[in-house]
Design a protein around this ligand. Structure first.
Ligand code: FNR
Length: 185
């Protein structure tokens, strides 16, 4: 069984990307179980002084949750052509733990946007940061959910656009194969 941790990039209640993240458990293939990781909104802003006084409980909970996963799927919007601050803050916290729970772990990125580009530009920024953590990135195909307001039910947490649903199912199957072949659990 591949345990897949969903790391969310948005904090808001009616988030399109969080709804997509919630949909993953219904799209994952047999042999893959999706779990929503503790949200980045629970974490304090990274500050070495805080860490020096002891790891905050919220950070420890995220570290434990990520450690228990075989693979990570980041589902996020793009903010100002880059990584939302809360998500970057979560990665910064995880990066300061020894052993690093992200290292050698398989990761894929889904960006979600109401706009026409689907958050395409966050992929490059995220890949740069994830490489710095020695994560194993499944870079292709890039998943950019464009015009997401017409494709996602944010209340139900489901994908309402059949072609998108089929594509995402296929991507998860490929990622399951990639994770079991290359990833560290
Ligand atoms: C945005 N948005 C946005 N969209 C995009 O496609 N490219 C971008 O660079 C940005 N930049 C950006 C910055 C900030 C601070 C906000 C709040 C928003 C719009 C964004 O895609 C839209 O609000 C999404 O609905 C946010 O994702 P969630 O919360 O719905 O998952």
């Amino acid at each position: 069984m591949i345990r897949l941790g969903i790391l969310e990039g948005s904090l808001r209640r009616a988030s399109l990307s969080r709804a997509v993240g919630r949909a993953v458990s219904g799209l994952a293939p047999t042999g893959m179980e999706a779990v929503i990781l503790p949200g980045p909104g629970n974490l304090p802003l990274f500050n070495q002084d805080v860490l020096d006084e002891g790891m905050p409980d919220s950070v420890a909970a995220l570290v434990d949750a990520v450690t228990a996963m075989d693979a990570v799927l980041i589902v996020t919007p793009e903010y100002n052509w880059s990584i939302p601050g809360a998500l970057k803050n979560a990665i910064d916290w995880l990066s300061r733990v020894d052993p690093n729970p992200l290292a050698r772990k398989a990761v894929a990125i889904w960006s979600v946007s109401p706009g026409l580009l689907g958050g395409a530009r966050v992929h490059e920024s995220l890949r740069q940061t994830l490489h710095s953590q020695d994560m194993l990135i499944m870079a292709k195909p890039e998943i950019q959910i464009t015009g997401a307001k017409g494709k996602v039910d944010v209340v139900a947490g489901t994908i309402t656009h059949p072609e998108t649903e089929t594509f995402l199912r296929g991507h998860l199957s490929s990622f399951a194969e990639f994770s079991s072949r290359w990833g560290r659990s």
